[in-house]
Design a protein around this ligand. Structure first.
Ligand SMILES: CC(C)(COP(=O)(O)OP(=O)(O)OC[C@H]1O[C@@H](n2cnc3c(N)ncnc32)[C@H](O)[C@@H]1OP(=O)(O)O)[C@@H](O)C(=O)NCCC(=O)NCCS
Length: 156
């Protein structure tokens, strides 16, 4: 069974999630070091936004997702953004990613938000999110270079 906890309650995993983030998305921000990533997640040791959610399977950390404000100024105002959705290699394709996104949605709703948005670079993931009820919003060019898809989920 997958167990979810906030990074603020398990700060010993800060280095691991920062490393995942750096390895997976560091190419988007080549100016940022692993230490910058550690600092970023250090700012997410909260119960309110920005927060990072951890997923554990048999007490092993297998995934993370963050709920953050619109730091990229994509025009979503006060609505939060789902960010850094990640399942560790070796634990993928077992339904964990789906459960992680659903848990992040639930927690965003519990914090009082009516919708969540995200942007993705990998077009093949559009289907993954559509399956979970997310809708296409528009395409953007991120950092003047990367084609990204913005998607949105209305929370009940
Ligand atoms: C994207 C990611 C979180 C999915 O996690 P996962 O645990 O493998 O996903 P699930 O097993 O819950 O998959 C749910 C469904 O989506 C599909 N799916 C998962 N990853 C997919 C992908 N990359 N492309 C297309 N479909 C995908 C699965 O086949 C599955 O469909 P099914 O239920 O019909 O079999 C994981 O692959 C990952 O961490 N990737 C690297 C980081 C990344 O790209 N994150 C997304 C940023 S927004």
């Amino acid at each position: 069974m997958l167990i979810f906890q906030l990074l603020v309650d398990k700060p010993q995993y800060l280095q691991q999630v920062a490393t995942w983030n750096y390895e997976q998305w560091g190419f988007l921000r080549p100016d940022q070091t692993l230490t910058d990533n550690v600092n970023l997640f250090n700012q997410r040791l909260n119960y309110q936004l920005p927060v990072t959610l951890l997923a554990f399977f048999d007490d092993i950390l297998v995934g993370m997702a963050s709920i953050i404000t619109d730091i990229y100024a994509l025009g979503f105002g006060d609505q939060p953004m789902l960010n850094n959705v990640y399942i560790a290699k070796g634990y993928r394709k077992q339904g964990f990613g789906k459960l992680l996104v659903m848990e992040a949605e639930r927690r965003a709703a519990n914090l009082g938000f009516h919708s969540l948005f995200l942007f993705i670079k990998d077009q093949s993931l559009v289907k993954f999110y559509e399956f979970l009820g997310w809708k296409f919003v528009r395409y953007i060019i991120f950092l003047e270079k990367y084609n990204m898809t913005i998607m949105k989920k209305d929370l009940l």
